[in-house]
Design a binder for this molecule. Structure first.
Ligand code: ASP
Ligand code: MG
Length: 392
């Protein structure tokens, strides 16, 4: 049977009326003869509200309890959607992450999927049912409920699509795809019709919220086309696939807030011990640079739910210094080495103070003060993305 995986973001299932509209769409897809697996996010801002509730009790909530709490958001939307489908005469069943066979490591709040064993999902598909899967959650090998990081329902959807060898994955949200910059920051941002997996991966790794970063790898591994669409305004979409024509010059600018820099100094042994301390606290750096005397780590603190406490523990460690208040802006596409100089020149001209520049494959990033993030994104978009005169 050909399977289609559809994922609906929080705004698409924000209230009962929208859940009904989504149910109509799902019925229509099933009536075309596809096996349909639907991954849902929590309704509207539920996850933020639950997080706020937890923080009102403890600003650094224990991660295990937090994961159990946050996983309830998706359980609400999955059950309501299943009821809406059944009410329409469309046979359906909803599953939690654990029931759908999503096995993760034990990194609470930012868990990684280790394996998907969709035995129950396959059984129910074979019975002709639509299967609704709670996004954003899994079960660790310790049989604990885990969550996959904010925005993690995308990863659930594409991991499930890969495990089921789906025909395609459709990602529905309130935007009609991927843009050359966040349209709230850059109103002139361009819609991108097609992206390769690598291009999407680069944007997500740079911090773009459109698609959760670990998600893309699952689709790429099994060559599953991903279509990003607006739920309630059909029309344009972004298609991510192997066949997409790669961009030959920078095509997007991505800003990522809340970056902390951490320096670990000392002898080799002292540094190893200090780095072990950071790992024990489950702070995952997105970059680690080992210098002669100092190792630098960069951490996106939004991924650390108890950052206040974590930061204090790290700073108490001898040999560790830490600085917050930075943001990262990244030019994606083209040759990073070539565009390094352009990035520096454009930011200097815009009066943005650059703390550091680094390159990864087809990305070049500048670290800037958090207060200058949006100015930096706007300047780079105007001068590099929209201005055809910039060198390639
Ligand atoms: N509900 C979770 C969040 O808000 C997961 C998701 O929406 O993908 O981060
Ligand atoms: Mg989301």
């Amino acid at each position: 049977m050909s399977v289609i995986v559809q994922k609906y973001g929080g705004s698409s299932v924000a209230d009962v009326e929208k859940i009904g509209l989504v149910a109509d769409r799902i019925c229509a897809t099933r009536d075309e003869g596809f096996g349909v697996v639907v991954v849902v996010s929590a309704m509207g801002k539920t996850t933020d509200e639950l997080l706020g509730l937890a923080r009102s009790i403890d600003p650094n909530p224990p991660r295990r309890e937090l994961d159990l709490l946050l996983s309830t958001g998706e359980r609400v939307s999955m059950t309501l959607l299943s009821m809406a489908l059944q009410r329409r005469g469309c046979d359906a069943i909803s599953f939690t992450g654990s029931q759908s066979g999503i096995l993760t490591n034990d990194w609470h709040f930012d868990a990684k999927i280790l394996e998907v064993r969709p035995v129950r999902v396959l059984d129910e598909l074979a019975r002709g049912r639509v299967v609704i899967v709670a996004g954003y959650q899994g079960m660790s090998y310790k049989r604990e409920v885990t969550t996959l990081g904010r925005g993690g329902s995308d990863t659930t959807a594409l991991a499930m699509a890969a495990a089921l060898d789906a025909e395609r994955a459709e990602i529905y949200s309130d935007v009609d795809g991927v843009y050359s910059a966040d349209p709230r920051v850059v109103p002139a941002a361009r819609h991108l019709g097609e992206l390769t997996y690598g291009e999407m991966q680069s944007m997500s790794d740079a911090g773009a919220k459109v698609l959760h970063a670990p998600a893309v790898e699952f689709a790429r591994g099994k060559d599953i086309p991903v279509h990003c669409r607006a739920t309630f305004a059909p029309g344009r979409e972004t298609r991510i696939s192997r066949q997409a024509l790669a961009h030959r010059r920078p095509f997007a600018v991505v800003g990522q807030p809340a970056i902390a820099r951490l320096w670990v100094a000392g002898s080799d042994r002292e540094r190893r011990i200090a780095l072990q301390a950071t790992r024990a606290l489950s702070v995952v750096p997105y970059a680690e640079t080992r210098g002669e005397e100092v190792t630098e780590l960069r951490i996106a603190t939004a991924h650390v739910p108890d950052w206040g406490r974590t930061r204090d523990t790290l700073m108490a460690h001898p040999g560790i210094t830490l600085e917050e208040g930075a943001a990262r802006v990244t030019l994606v596409g083209g040759s990073a080495e070539v565009h390094r100089a352009t990035l520096r020149a454009v930011l200097a001209e815009a009066g943005v103070n650059v703390l550091d520049v680094d390159t990864h494959g087809e990305r070049v990033s500048a670290l800037v003060a958090a207060t200058q993030q949006d100015d930096a994104v706007r300047a780079l978009h105007a001068r590099v993305i929209l201005d055809p005169d910039t060198d390639d």
